[in-house]
Design a protein around this ligand. Structure first.
Ligand SMILES: [Zn+2]
Length: 888
């Protein structure tokens, strides 16, 4: 309790300087005039918000809150009504007062639940001008991460269950907190205050400006006024928190707000933040504009996101922010850093400058994803983030090669379409395209363009073209056309390559077509056209830049293996002639790690889609050296797992033997236990080697997992460390009923929310169908809180039919376990790993039960299953032929 009081006092002192900073700086006013017709909107274009003053009084125990909100607006034309967004708010009174004074009139609220709006009808027509609307209302506190929501978790000091409140507003859920013009272009300033228990800490975007004790044991906390910003960035949290803080560049107060008792677990995130702020301040050419930046650890989880960039108050789910040495695994620690780098980048790209509408969501997400990798490469080079970027490109191409894909910039009209836009195309294709364009422009020109863009549009809203124009003006001639090719049309270019060596020169023939996984013949007959920037590497000669338009015949100095997508910066696939492919197989051990990984993934994808026999990819896989870069090794061992998965049962032992021969020595060299001071990627590689070699039946690994699990009976700390979830994962997958019961007991008694989440998810991992059914039944008891949906999702990996049928049979109950905005996608995802033809019909019937604008995720699952059913028998045959040829 002492710590809380001290922190509150510090907040109070800071608030004074915050107010002063804003009074002195030229904080811009909101835009004026009706919203442009070019920006989509649900609301009539007759008014705009200028300022909100919101006060909420949450009643955490009864999951409800009362609110009073004053919205200052400007009305641009005569009207007898005003429309704002509101969702699940009950209005007690709405009154309107002219800004210059005058008597208040009551407005009649007419709720349109489907449109998520409230129309306020005035007794007589209102003249254009400024008004204040005062609302008194009640709202709901949700139990999933939507609007204002509650998380129950064990207190780290007492073990008692306590409740914290948090908000999640992106994209359409600020309207569940207060009536608002809840669209990104309606920027305004916000004053927030809250009536909360006196002993708790309240957090918002800005520092606390004042705290006033109330007679009933509560207090009123008032936060300083925000700068002009979009409603989806507003944030509020309250609970038994503690705050670890430090000073960032320019005196910015940097804090990590954690569940009380977290102590030093927040240290790494805290210390990682100021260098990022400094790096971005330099990169964007504009300092971080708020007096403080908090990152709030929420002890729960969502099926959809790990963190959210609320301005000045990032929300991150606890397991992605706080290091718990007993359980945090290396992949999570890596995610932790990239999530931090991502959200801090959004403080500029997204928060200072915001997309005008959700059709440009990718501009936020693709850019922040690209920036997180760039920043990680600067501060964590030993994790090889740039090599790992290849995997993001593959995820994007995985979606983008199906007919169900969409352009990076896509028309968005409804709330449901907005939710679906948070996908691999916006994030990973966005990142890959930006990386390609940066390489095309050159690093310095690109940065110059970004600085120009941020300067020009500070506190405003933009479209993608505003960014392209700024970069082209900075010297990147031709960039706009390339950017349009890759963002306005969907799909993946395919570049066919043939070459000959003549007198020390390589004659290279290139032709652009289109890569597809489900419409190969169709796109081959009529491919889309792209201008494709590439960096061609021939042997050890200096790489050559080229922009392919259609086809080209190039004479390149030197001879040797040719990598058409050198450095893997281009967003395209390359189909090499058999001779070029063979030369690459032989040269693979000597290539740059990023090209090794890129070629491996590219050739596996080409085999999967049937562009070439799987033999080429398998030849490359066995050429990956045993001492490869750890990120390449991670990619190789994952491919072995994939090959084992498609091979027929008769062939699986031979695949397992090859995988073991290739990678068991690396595991032996790393050892089963982490070594002090080793790099994070080595720890991650050890975990993946254990997991995959264990899954494909390496007895030593499975026996070791069981031995360690048994040791837990006498020593509860026996498994503590970065590989805890790896070992437990192997046990859970092969669990007996007694072992499953033991895991359930560990989940119920785990001392922290993060450990509980990990154990709960493991309950869904067994191969045994009876145990999987027990896990599904358990998920509905609600005992696992926000982990319930994760249990069902875990079951779906091994038993998709079981999980999907269960979710449909218990649809209302299962949907209540998932954030409101992603329920259809969640259920469709449960079926995604299916290999049953009947599942296609089930999904089609499910699609009919959801609105048309929510069907994309269902169509994706169907397309994936169709393709799997079609390709796996062929791949199994090709693997068998390759094995036979090797043995012969
Ligand atoms: Zn983001």
């Amino acid at each position: 309790m002492k710590r809380l009081a001290a922190t509150a006092l510090a907040g109070l002192l800071l608030a004074g300087c915050a107010a002063a900073t804003f009074a002195q700086s030229s904080a811009p006013a909101p835009a004026s005039g009706p919203l442009a017709e070019s920006v989509p909107s649900d609301l009539p274009r007759i008014a705009r918000p200028l300022h909100y003053a919101i006060e909420v009084a949450p009643d955490a125990a009864s999951l409800a809150f009362t609110g009073t909100t004053r919205v200052d607006i400007e009305l641009y034309e005569r009207s007898d009504s005003l429309t704002l967004h509101a969702n699940e708010l009950e209005f007690a009174s709405v009154r309107l007062t002219p800004a210059g004074g005058g008597s208040a009139v009551a407005l009649q609220p007419e709720i349109d639940a489907a449109a998520q709006t409230v129309r306020l009808v005035a007794p007589a027509a209102l003249a254009p001008g400024r008004y204040s609307i005062a609302f008194e209302y009640r709202g709901k506190i949700n139990t999933q991460a939507t609007g204002l929501f509650a998380l129950d978790y064990p207190d780290k000091r007492s073990g008692e269950t306590v409740r914290g409140l948090f908000t999640q507003f992106e994209a359409p859920d600020a309207r569940r907190f207060a009536p608002m013009f809840d669209e990104p272009s309606y920027k305004a300033t916000f004053d927030l205050s809250a009536v909360v228990p006196a002993g708790q800490m309240a957090v918002s975007n800005m520092p606390v400006a004042s705290e006033e004790p109330l007679a009933d044991g509560r207090k009123r906390v008032t936060f300083a006024t925000t700068p002009v910003m979009s409603s989806y960035l507003l944030f509020f949290a309250v609970g038994d928190f503690e705050r670890l803080s430090t000073k960032g560049p320019g005196g910015v107060d940097v804090g990590i707000v954690s569940p009380a008792g977290s102590g030093e677990q927040a240290r790494l995130a805290l210390e990682s933040t100021p260098p990022l702020l400094e790096y971005y301040t330099d990169y964007f050419g504009v300092p971080y504009p708020l007096p403080k930046l908090d990152n709030v650890a929420a002890p729960g989880q969502s099926q959809f996101f790990g963190a959210m960039e609320n301005w000045g108050a990032i929300l991150t789910f606890e397991r992605f922010l706080l290091i718990d040495p007993t359980i945090t695994d290396p992949a999570t620690q890596n995610y932790m850093y990239t999530a931090l780098a991502h959200e801090v980048a959004h403080q500029w790209f997204g928060d200072i400058v915001t997309m005008a509408w959700w059709d440009d969501l990718w501009l936020n997400e693709g850019f922040a994803s690209w920036m997180e990798t760039k920043a990680s490469a600067k501060f964590r080079p030993d994790w090889f983030p740039l090599v790992g970027r290849v995997n993001g490109r593959e995820t994007a191409m995985g979606y983008d090669a199906f007919a169900t894909t969409h352009p990076v910039i896509q028309p968005i009209r409804t709330v449901a379409e907005t939710s679906e836009a948070f996908d691999a195309i916006s994030y990973s294709k966005g990142e890959a395209v930006i990386a390609m364009l940066e390489a095309y422009a050159g690093e310095d020109t690109w940065r110059e363009g970004i600085r120009r863009y941020i300067q020009r549009h500070r506190y405003g809203n933009t479209t993608s073209d505003d960014l392209w124009r700024a970069v082209e003006e900075s010297g990147a001639d031709g960039l706009v056309e390339i950017a349009h090719d890759f963002t306005l049309q969907p799909g993946v270019p395919l570049v066919r390559a043939e070459s000959r060596c003549r007198q020390g020169t390589t004659a290279l023939e290139l032709a652009q077509s289109e890569f597809s996984r489900d419409r190969k013949d169709e796109v081959a007959a009529n491919p889309q056209r792209w201008r494709v920037p590439m960096l061609i590497k021939v042997g050890s000669a200096a790489p050559v830049r080229h922009v392919l338009e259609g086809s080209a015949s190039l004479e390149l100095p030197g001879c040797g293996a040719v990598v058409v997508n050198g450095g893997q910066l281009g967003y395209f696939r390359t189909l090499y002639s058999p001779e070029m492919g063979q030369a690459l197989v032989e040269a693979l051990p000597q290539l740059e790690p990023i090209d090794q990984l890129g070629l491996l993934r590219d050739n596996f994808a080409l085999a999967q889609a049937g562009y070439q026999d799987a033999g080429r990819a398998l030849d490359m896989l066995v050429e990956v050296p045993g001492d490869a870069n750890p990120v390449v090794a991670l990619g190789a061992i994952a491919r072995w797992g994939q090959v084992h998965g498609v091979a027929s049962e008769a062939q699986q032992p031979a695949v397992a033997t090859l995988a073991r021969e290739a990678w068991l020595p690396r595991l032996q060299q790393l050892g089963f236990d982490p070594k002090p001071g080793e790099s994070l990627v080595d720890t991650e590689l050890r975990g993946d080697l254990i997991r995959i070699l264990g899954n494909i039946g390496d007895d030593t690994v499975a026996a070791e997992a069981r031995r360690r699990f048994e040791a837990l009976a006498t020593d509860p700390t026996a498994l503590d460390g970065p590989l805890k979830t790896t070992w437990l994962g192997i046990v859970a997958r092969n669990a007996t009923a007694a072992e499953w019961d033991r895991l359930a007991q560990l989940a119920a008694t785990a001392p922290t929310a993060v450990e509980r989440q990990a154990y709960f998810a493991l309950l869904g991992a067994p191969k045994d169908a009876a145990l999987a059914e027990r896990a599904l039944a358990f998920a509905l008891t609600g005992e696992a809180g926000t982990s319930s949906a994760a249990i069902i999702a875990a079951v779906s990996r091994e038993h998709p039919e079981l999980a999907f049928d269960f979710a449909l049979a218990n649809r209302t109950a299962v949907e209540s376990l998932v954030d409101a905005s992603g329920r259809t996608g969640y259920i469709a995802g449960l079926a995604a790993a299916s290999r049953e033809p009947e599942m296609i019909g089930k999904l089609e019937r499910f699609a009919e039960s959801v609105p048309a604008d929510e069907r994309r995720s269902v169509e994706r699952s169907i397309a994936g299953i169709r393709e799997r059913l079609e390709t796996e028998p062929r791949l199994a045959r090709e693997v068998a032929e390759w094995l036979a040829a090797r043995a012969g």
